[in-house]
Structures are given as structure tokens and as C-alpha cells.
Ligand binder design. Structure first.
Ligand SMILES: *[C@@H]1O[C@H](CO)[C@@H](O)[C@H](O)[C@H]1NC(C)=O
Ligand SMILES: *[C@@H]1O[C@H](CO)[C@@H](O)[C@H](O)[C@H]1NC(C)=O
Ligand SMILES: *[C@@H]1O[C@H](CO)[C@@H](O)[C@H](O)[C@H]1NC(C)=O
Length: 707
């Protein structure tokens, strides 16, 4: 740099610091973007509850990827994506980065891109590439994988293409009445002094990043809140982004007026955080028949009292989703509308930085301070394994058979089944203790890895904010400890008072991470803490090193890359064979016409002869449109398949002849304009001799009247 330039820069910095020129201290380029990432809506198993009966039969809400990109004056850049998916898999991230590099060169790498899944349990699976996670989906599903990759890629591309001079603000608000702890007895294992620092046994603070351009026009808002998107339970068969996804749509609707869901410039995202033990089913766990409370320790009901599961606050799962989503969206809107700035809203200022490291968890050797014995303990990770209580499921979705949460002794029959698959060694058993091993996934290699051994750990720093991308589901206290640690290390390393956000289920999926104390209780989350009792302690170590190195501007060794397994994927899912239709009634034929007229709150149902929706996922488009008549020539799209008010259910009518129907439902909401409407369906069919062809159908028109 020339000395003149240095002098000018020093002068500018002085002016900045003295507050005279305060807008220059946060000279960022910012961009936000959104893209459709909806997977196959039918015939593919959902990822989340591992319920073999939960196979897609249609669509309620589309899945979207939402991204922001920030660049500072030094041309350092970070990108963050939140996608309506069960979680993130490394295969997906690797492919997204590959496509970004093909387009932008090495501006984007695995180190400065974070992809975080919202954790909806009602979206198609088969994209994780680790056998245990794809097995309940019957293997790898290329169509799900491609939809997620392309959606994430496009969201970053759009954010990049939209970059403008802008500023970023951080604010927080408390939202009560949307989450409860689903393993409260585990939480109680944490030290009493530690628990005394917090009012609740789950985090109730929503943290928001608001992006504006240089004219202060709102571009987007990203919100983090710790809650499972499991308002829709394991009986749901319609693809949906659940409470978090619907909260995003509600927020976007406020700023993208007159746009159908998923369209419009403003991007509003709700992203996952330390939600490991956090349920949205706030009426709590009850026995399904008796209505009594379940046993607190095992989450079981006495015989004849039914199954134990949690629900609420609505009368059914749709209403519960709507209530939770509305409360989340209202919290975010409160922050956006707060002109008084009385909340803790403040501008984010300072340089960007990022750091990433792969860690071989089973081979991790470290030491940690043991406060009880006042000495350094050697710690190591275990080979991945799942405990008995994993099979018990949770009160958000109970498991099969008679497994109980809190199980710390094995059972001869299940041990025999386990050993038939692959037996754990004595060393595995003592490493994971007190977890009784149900599946020694780390020893299984056939036909490829069952669970990851190498994890991704990553930090993005935007000024005095740090986003910690964690490869799984941290419980409430596990997340709090990590946040406090990173913040303290940042300050001690010379950083400013630093805000830390946990970005959950990022980059690669490794199930749960509990605190060592919670691990002892061996409820579901602990049984699914796959690297054993030291899992969390190792992450505390690793993130400490990452924080120090990032703030000092040092480099760390990249660590061993996860194996490439794309060419070995197993799948028992078959593709579409062919579609047929009854003689004389072509694809798009209306089998069930609407009535002549409807009123508010009634539901219109129309049935078309259809092809298989898997023939074309219509990304960024729709399988149907509810259209309102404007004049003799013009109809306007009022609702699409991504609208809350609509659903489609696909029905196989004749397996051998390949006949199927699509039933389109539209519930007429209170704000619907009266007038003349019709429903149009768009589809593709697969011809028996090969080829996929488009078709279309239009229903009779009908009236919507006010009374
Ligand atoms: C799922 O929710 C429906 C109501 O929408 C309810 O009837 C059903 O019992 C619930 N099932 C489970 C397992 O939670
Ligand atoms: C940790 O120690 C084990 C056993 O001594 C060794 O096999 C392994 O390579 C070590 N891991 C690392 C990352 O150094
Ligand atoms: C429609 O249903 C809502 C909610 O149940 C109710 O509040 C409203 O009064 C109903 N509107 C009409 C016109 O029936």
C-alpha cells in the first residue's frame, strides 16, 4: 500500500471510531436469495421419525433454501444457507460447493459456506449417504439429493447476484409458549449452579440478523430459534416445511405483498439451533387413551393407557403447526417493526473471518480439565454407536417395539440381533458406557459407512458475531456451554464482546450431542450421542481451538476429508415405471368437478386423472394453481401448491395399469376475495414406451361468495 493510502485509511478509521463517519465501519456488501428445493412429494419415505409407514402421498408446503452472502472491504466473504430439510449431509454440501466453484471460481469453498437444515421431519429423505440415515428411506434417492443441491446452490447464486452495499443489525426477543424440554429429567442432571443461571430448561430467545441496503430498505431477516419442527407428527404424509418453514412463509408474506409463497425479493428465514431436546408440542407428553401423564423417566404409559406422545397447542397437527409458526413469525415481525429500537438491536460492525476443520472423532486424543478431581483427564472419542434408547424414539414420535428411554442395560434378544449385524468389541462397550450398544454403526462398513466418523466443524465471523456451525443436534445445555465457551475464548483472544449463534444440523449429520451429565441418563438424545460420553467435551476443545485460530488469523490443518461414497450408493427405491389412464379419459381429465359455489371456510376438492408427480418436481413452479377471474381474457393465480390454504394428495388407482388421481384441496380462508375461480393442474406422465410428456387440466369455474 502507498503511504498516502495508508494515511487516508488511518484518517478514515479515526473518523469511524470517533463516530463522525459511523456508516463506514460496517461497509459490507450483502445479498439474500431463495430457491425451491422441494424433493419428490410421493412414494419416498420422510426423513426424521424413521417411521416406515411415513411415505409421501402429496404436498402441503414446498421446501425452500434461503441464503445470505456478506463480503467486507477486504473481500473476505461468507455464505450461509438454511434449507427446509431434515438436516444437512456432506455429500450435498460438497456438490453445492462444486457447482458454486464452476460458476464463481474459488470465491466459495467448503470453508466459507455453511449449509444448515431446519430439521423438518416431513420432507423426503435419502440424501445423507450414510446407511443408517438412509435405511428407513430404503436407500439413497437421487431425486431428493438433486433437489436439495440445486436449491442450495441457486439460493447462494441469487444472493450473490443481488449483492449491494448494505448493513446488518442484530436483535433479540423472547418468545414463550412455543417450546418445551422433551427430556426434562436429563436436563436436571446438569449441575444446579449452572441451571440456576437460566430461567427455563430450553432457550426461549429468538436471535435475528436484519439485512438492509444503503437506503435502509429491508432485504431480509434470518432468525434462529431452538425448537424441533415436529408439530406435524409421524402420521403426516404430506411434504411440509413444518412450523419453521411456515413461519418463514408468514414472515415473507408481510413484505412480499401480492406474491405467491416462495416469490418476491424479501427473504425471511427461520433457522435451526440447539434444538436437541426441544419440542414444539407444548401440551406435553400424554398417554393417548387415558390422557394421563406418561412416566417421566421412561416416557412410557401403563398397558391399556395407550402410547405416550406429546402434541398441541392446536386441536390437530395442522392447527398446532399454524399456532407455533404464527408465534415465531410474530416475534420476528416485532423486531422488524420496532422503530423505537428499544430492543437490544445493534449494528454489526467489523471484519469477516471464517475457519473450518474436519475432525476424526473416534481418533481424537485430547485432555480436558476435570473440575471434580481437579486434574487433566485424557479424553477420546468412540467409534459411532447407537444405544438402546435410540430405538425408543421420543415423545414427538415414539419408536417401534418396546424400547424405553433411559435404558442402561441391554437385553439378550436384541443383543443377538445386534451381533448378527456387527458385534461391538469390548473396547466399544466400555468406551460408550453407560450406553448399552444397540447398533455398533462405527464397525459396520457394508456396503459403505453407516454413520460418519469424520465431522465438519466451522465458524463464520461477521464483525462481533460468530456463527458456530455444528454437525448435529446440540441439546439446550450443550448449546449454552458451547456459546459461552466460544464467546469467552473470543474475548480472551482479543476479540470484542462477541455474540454467538449456534447454527444446528450444519454440513454433515451425526445425530445428537448431549452434555456428559445428560449422557449418563441415556434418554433418546444421549443414546444418539454417537461418539460416546466425551462427544461434547471434544467439541468444546475443537471449537476453542477454532475460535483462537480464527481471531488470531492463524491457519489450522484442514483435517481428513470425509470419504467419497457417491459411486457406491445403494437404493431399493424404484423409479416411475409408466403412467396410464382409463380409455377415453386422458391425463388432466377432471374426475371430480367443483360445486357451483362455495363460502368462506369451505374446502373445494377437485380430482384430476394424473401422472406420477415424481416425473417432474416442478421446481420454482407448481403442480396446480387456484386462479381467479379478472376479466373475460384474464385469470390470475391466487394460490399455488406452496400455499398454506392448499394441499394435494396423490392416489394410486391401479398399480398394474399405472392409473393415478390427484386430489387438490383448497380451503377458502377468511381473506379470500369473492369472485369466480377455477383450478388448473399441471403434470407430466411417463409413456409406457418411454419418454416423459406434459399435460394440463382445468376444472369448471365456481363462485366464492361471502354468505
Ligand atoms: C398425530 O396428530 C393427529 C391429529 O392431527 C392425531 O389424531 C394423532 O393421534 C397424532 N399421532 C401421533 C402419533 O402423534
Ligand atoms: C490417538 O491415539 C490413538 C491411540 O494411541 C492413535 O491410534 C491415533 O492415531 C491418535 N489420533 C490422532 C488424531 O493423533
Ligand atoms: C371461519 O372460521 C373461523 C375459524 O374457525 C371463524 O373465526 C370465522 O368466523 C369463520 N368465518 C365464517 C364466515 O364462517
Amino acid at each position: 500500500m502507498h503511504w498516502q493510502a495508508s494515511v487516508i485509511l488511518v484518517a478514515l478509521v479515526t473518523l469511524c471510531l470517533s463516530g463522525v463517519l459511523w456508516s463506514c465501519i460496517s461497509a459490507y456488501q450483502v445479498g439474500v436469495g431463495r430457491a425451491d428445493s422441494t424433493g419428490p412429494p410421493v412414494e419416498i419415505h420422510f426423513m426424521g421419525y424413521a417411521n416406515l409407514k411415513q411415505v409421501g402421498r402429496g404436498l402441503h408446503l414446498r421446501q425452500f433454501a434461503r441464503a445470505f452472502v456478506v463480503e467486507d472491504e477486504n473481500h473476505k466473504r461468507v455464505a450461509f444457507v438454511s434449507v427446509d430439510a431434515g438436516m444437512m449431509g456432506y455429500g450435498v454440501k460438497r456438490e453445492v460447493v462444486k457447482r458454486l466453484q464452476a460458476r464463481y471460481g474459488d470465491i466459495y469453498t467448503a470453508d466459507n459456506v455453511v449449509i444448515s437444515g431446519t430439521h423438518t421431519h416431513s420432507a423426503p429423505g435419502g440424501f445423507l449417504m450414510h446407511l443408517l440415515y438412509d435405511i428407513s428411506i430404503l436407500g439413497f434417492v437421487p431425486q431428493t439429493f438433486e433437489a436439495l443441491v440445486q436449491g442450495c446452490y441457486l439460493s447462494i447464486k441469487r444472493a450473490t447476484d443481488n449483492m449491494v452495499d448494505g448493513r446488518i443489525f442484530l436483535s433479540r426477543t423472547t418468545i414463550l409458549n412455543v417450546n418445551i424440554n422433551r427430556s426434562p429429567t436429563s436436563y436436571l442432571r446438569n449441575p444446579v449452579e449452572e441451571r440456576a443461571q437460566y430461567e427455563h430448561d430450553v432457550d426461549k430467545v429468538l436471535t435475528q440478523l436484519r439485512f438492509v441496503d444503503s437506503e435502509n430498505t429491508l432485504l431480509g431477516a434470518f432468525n434462529w430459534y431452538a425448537v424441533h419442527p415436529t408439530s406435524m407428527n409421524n402420521t403426516n404424509k404430506l411434504v411440509t416445511s413444518d412450523n419453521m418453514g411456515y413461519a418463514s412463509l408468514l414472515l415473507e408474506k408481510e413484505y412480499n405483498t401480492n406474491k405467491v409463497p416462495g416469490k418476491g425479493k424479501f427473504v425471511g428465514a427461520f433457522c435451526s439451533s440447539n434444538l436437541g431436546d426441544v419440542s414444539p408440542n407444548i401440551m406435553g407428553p400424554k398417554c393417548s387413551i387415558s390422557g394421563n401423564d406418561c412416566d417421566l423417566l421412561t416416557s412410557k404409559c401403563p398397558q391399556k393407557e395407550g402410547e405416550c406422545f406429546a402434541s398441541g397447542p392446536g386441536r390437530d397437527m395442522f392447527e398446532s403447526t399454524e399456532i407455533i409458526a404464527s408465534r415465531l413469525a410474530d416475534g420476528a415481525l416485532r423486531l422488524l417493526n420496532d422503530n423505537s429500537q428499544e430492543t437490544t438491536s445493534r449494528e454489526i460492525v467489523g471484519e469477516l473471518a471464517y475457519i473450518h476443520q474436519f475432525v476424526d472423532m473416534p481418533n481424537y486424543n485430547g485432555t480436558t480439565y476435570n473440575p471434580l478431581q481437579r486434574k487433566l483427564d485424557k479424553i477420546r472419542g468412540c467409534l459411532p454407536a447407537m444405544g438402546y434408547s435410540f430405538a425408543a424414539g421420543t415423545t414427538d414420535g415414539p419408536g417401534a417395539f418396546s424400547f424405553e428411554q433411559g435404558t442402561i442395560t441391554g437385553n439378550a434378544m436384541w443383543n443377538a440381533v445386534r451381533d448378527f449385524i456387527v458385534p461391538p468389541t469390548q473396547e466399544d462397550i466400555s468406551c460408550h458406557s453407560p450406553k448399552p450398544i444397540l447398533l455398533a454403526t462405527g464397525r459396520a462398513t457394508f456396503p459403505y459407512e453407516w454413520q460418519p466418523k469424520i465431522v465438519s466443524t466451522q465458524l463464520l465471523k461477521i464483525g462481533d458475531l460468530i456463527l458456530a456451525a455444528v454437525p448435529g443436534e446440540f441439546t439446550t445445555m450443550a448449546g449454552r456451554r458451547l456459546r459461552n465457551k466460544i464467546s469467552a475464548v473470543a474475548v480472551a483472544t482479543g476479540g470484542k464482546d462477541t455474540e454467538v449463534i449456534i447454527a444446528g444440523l450444519s454440513n454433515i449429520y451425526t445425530s445428537y450431542i448431549t452434555t456428559p451429565e445428560e449422557y449418563q441418563a441415556q434418554r433418546y438424545e444421549a443414546a444418539s450421542t454417537i461418539f460416546g460420553p466425551n462427544t461434547h467435551t471434544i467439541y468444546m476443545d475443537v471449537f476453542e481451538q477454532l475460535t483462537k485460530a480464527m481471531i488470531r488469523g492463524e491457519r489450522l490443518p484442514p483435517g481428513p476429508a470425509p470419504p467419497y461414497m457417491n459411486d457406491r450408493m445403494l437404493s431399493m427405491n424404484t423409479g416411475v415405471i409408466f403412467d396410464g389412464h382409463p380409455i377415453g379419459k386422458d391425463f388432466g381429465f377432471v374426475k371430480l368437478q367443483p360445486k357451483k359455489s362455495y363460502q368462506i371456510n369451505e374446502t373445494v376438492v377437485v380430482t384430476f386423472i394424473a401422472g406420477n408427480p415424481r416425473n417432474n418436481l416442478f421446481p420454482e413452479k407448481t403442480y396446480f394453481a387456484v386462479e381467479r377471474k379478472i376479466n373475460e381474457e384474464r385469470w390470475k393465480v391466487a394460490y399455488t401448491d406452496a400455499s398454506w390454504e392448499t394441499k394435494f394428495i396423490w392416489e394410486r388407482v391401479h398399480l398394474i395399469l399405472g392409473f393415478s388421481d390427484i386430489h387438490i384441496h383448497w380451503t377458502i380462508g377468511t381473506n379470500t376475495l369473492p369472485g369466480e375461480y377455477r383450478i388448473r393442474h399441471f403434470g407430466n406422465y411417463k409413456y409406457i414406451l418411454g419418454g416423459i410428456f406434459p399435460y394440463e387440466g382445468i376444472s369448471n369455474s365456481f363462485l366464492v361468495t361471502e354468505d
